[in-house]
Write a protein that binds this ligand. Structure first.
Ligand code: IMP
Length: 195
């Protein structure tokens, strides 16, 4: 069985990655198995750059095939902000959501378009890399709704359901999300490596 390290300390993200890649003949390890791994500086200008950097550094450190994901939210009327800076937008999930809602005060639903983006990178210790992306369009709600998910999920509405990811719950989120779309492409790459 192939071992793949998931280069993340985010429990929710790790859970989604494992769920979406379910059924592959892979044993997933995470940073819990490599607790000394120093934090990667996410200083790239794009999600792809950050994901590749994390995957490369972790693959070198662990000597194993590594999967890293970088994600964030882009709001159209804010020129794509917070984008790659989504994690650093404020100090907690709640503060990040409230800050975004405040910035959009008075903006009607039709102008609250946003998208989540995910970049998934694979790297092995010899220097081989691949990176794929996925995105998911929606609208920013007027207040947080629902307790499922993490991060910006309670303020991200999927128009088809008129519900936030916080309300939709994991089974549906893991079919529709930016991460699901990027990981479906990743699944094909992992399957081709195993063939
Ligand atoms: P990172 O990819 O771990 O650097 O996360 C970037 C930021 O985007 C963090 O604030 C996350 O909480 C947020 N984020 C990433 N993916 C999701 C998601 O699927 N739902 C909600 N927020 C997310």
């Amino acid at each position: 069985m192939v071992e793949v390290v998931i280069a993340s300390r985010n429990y929710n993200k790790i859970r989604e990655v494992k769920e979406i890649l379910k059924g592959l003949d892979i044993k997933f390890l995470s940073l819990k198995n490599f607790a000394d791994f120093p934090k990667t500086e996410e200083d790239g200008n794009t999600f792809n750059e950050n994901a590749l950097k994390k995957a490369r550094e972790m693959a070198k450190w662990t000597g194993r095939l590594t999967l890293a994901e970088d994600s964030g939210i882009e709001v159209d009327c804010l020129g794509g902000a917070p984008g790659v800076l989504s994690a650093r937008f404020a100090s907690t999930d709640r503060k990040r959501n409230l800050k975004l809602l405040k910035l959009l005060e008075g903006v009607p639903l039709s102008k609250r378009k946003a998208r989540f983006r995910s970049a998934v990178a694979l790297a092995n210790p010899k220097g081989w890399t691949r990176v794929v992306g996925g995105s998911c369009r929606g609208r920013i709600s007027f207040k947080p709704r629902g307790n499922s998910g993490f991060g910006y999920d309670p303020i991200f509405i999927i128009p088809k359901y008129n519900k936030t990811f916080g309300e939709l719950g994991y089974p549906l989120k893991n079919k529709l999300s930016h991460r699901a779309r990027a990981l479906q492409k990743t699944r094909k790459i992992l399957e081709s490596l195993q063939a």
